[in-house]
Design a protein around this ligand. Structure first.
Ligand code: OSB
Ligand code: MG
Length: 368
């Protein structure tokens, strides 16, 4: 396969509701999209980093520079045997996994499209529908939070993840559990605690959470193992896992019992498959994380979530929770049972609305 041409664009899209985590409040997204032409066929990829380097060191602007100056020159105009080889050709660039992922993923999509096969089948997926949960940000009031949870449960979502931080944790979780005693509930700290909080985090055991996600430092694996030994609640790692070796280390030392796989964070589909495989062999379940993606990244997450070991509900939810109008057709919809059907159409399985993408674009640049 030959990568004949790539167009890089930045689109701007306001979220329908503000999303607040322990590290930031997000309102307007600035998203980079990669449109790759491969063997005469088009594939799309999304760079999933945030506007600011708070979740990971990447940001929309650093990704644009790294794609333009380093990544795209390594692959545009070249021939490859497999989409994974595109990712490997870019490994010369250290870090910048989300920028690399968008390019590799666009090539996966183009190859699936060329072969008239749904991307999820090309990846080796077996699930015809995926289980969906929601990630609910920090709210200004408990009433607002409780109303939001009730609304998402009524829509069918199978589990609720709540963002937490010191001051928005135990008393909030107590109120949520009092109102919703039996729901599948998880909490995501995005690294807001330290080992000195071990006693405080042990209090969470009484809330019967399915898991506690990334309580400690974004770059730590080792001390999560120490924390896990002190807690009954299963730990799940997000920020700390960048490739299969990280997953293997974390599992070997007991740093987590569950892994969140994000396509961007691990550098694309090939690495995501490897993380999934390592976890599967060790008997550790995985689920697909979200990064407030547009339809392009959302469709990629759906495809990934069809792999067999994605046995827990992910953070992949309906387009309308994020956008007044998504950039794909049809939009992503969730059934009353809290599932998304794997698409039957070839490639991404959804059509990118190119006119809308162009209308939302702040700039574009083509590489030949
Ligand atoms: O930690 O999972 C996270 C959003 C931005 C950055 C990090 C995270 C998140 C989410 C949102 O939890 C998931 C989504 O709804 O896309
Ligand atoms: Mg997380």
């Amino acid at each position: 396969m030959k990568i004949e041409r790539v167009t890089l664009r930045e689109i701007r899209m306001p979220l329908v509701t503000v999303f607040e985590t322990s590290f930031a409040r997000m309102q307007e997204r600035r998203i980079l999209l990669v449109e790759a032409q491969v063997d005469g066929v088009t594939g799309w990829g999304e760079v999933t980093c945030g506007e600011a380097p708070y979740y990971s060191p990447e940001s929309t602007d650093t990704a644009a520079i790294v794609l333009r100056d380093f990544l795209l020159p390594l692959v545009v105009g070249r021939e490859f045997d497999h989409p994974g080889d595109v990712g490997r050709a870019m490994r010369r660039v250290r870090g910048h996994a989300m920028a690399r992922a968008a390019v590799e993923n666009a090539v996966w999509v183009a190859e699936a499209e060329r072969d008239r096969m749904p991307l999820w089948q090309k990846l080796g997926g077996t699930r015809r529908e995926i289980a969906c949960g929601v990630s609910i940000g920090i709210k200004d009031s408990l009433e607002d939070l409780l109303d939001t949870i009730a609304r998402e449960l009524a829509a069918g979502y199978q589990r609720v993840k709540l963002k937490i931080k010191p001051g928005w944790d135990t008393s909030m979780l107590e109120r949520v559990r009092a109102k919703f005693p039996d729901i599948a509930l998880t909490a995501d700290a995005n690294s807001a605690y330290t080992l000195e909080d071990t006693g405080h985090l042990r209090d969470f055991d009484s809330f019967h959470l399915m898991m506690l996600e990334q309580p400690l430092w974004h770059d730590d694996i080792y001390f999560h193992a120490r924390l896990q030994r002190a807690l009954r609640t299963p730990l799940c790692l997000d920020e700390s896992i960048h490739h299969a070796r990280d997953a293997e280390q974390a599992i070997e030392i007991g740093a987590c019992r569950i892994i969140n796989i994000k396509l961007g964070r691990v550098g694309g589909f090939t690495s995501a498959q490897a993380v999934h495989e390592s976890a599967w062999r060790a008997g550790i379940p995985v689920w697909c994380g979200g990064m407030l993606e547009s339809g392009v990244g959302r469709a990629a997450n759906i495809a990934l979530s069809t792999l067999q070991n994605f046995s827990l509900p992910g953070d992949v939810s309906a387009s309308k929770r994020y956008w007044a109008e998504d950039i794909i057709e049809p939009e992503v919809v969730v059934s009353p049972q809290g599932t998304i059907a794997a698409p039957t159409a070839p490639g991404l399985g959804f059509t990118v609305k190119t006119d809308r993408v162009k209308k939302l674009s702040a700039w574009e640049q083509t590489f030949l």
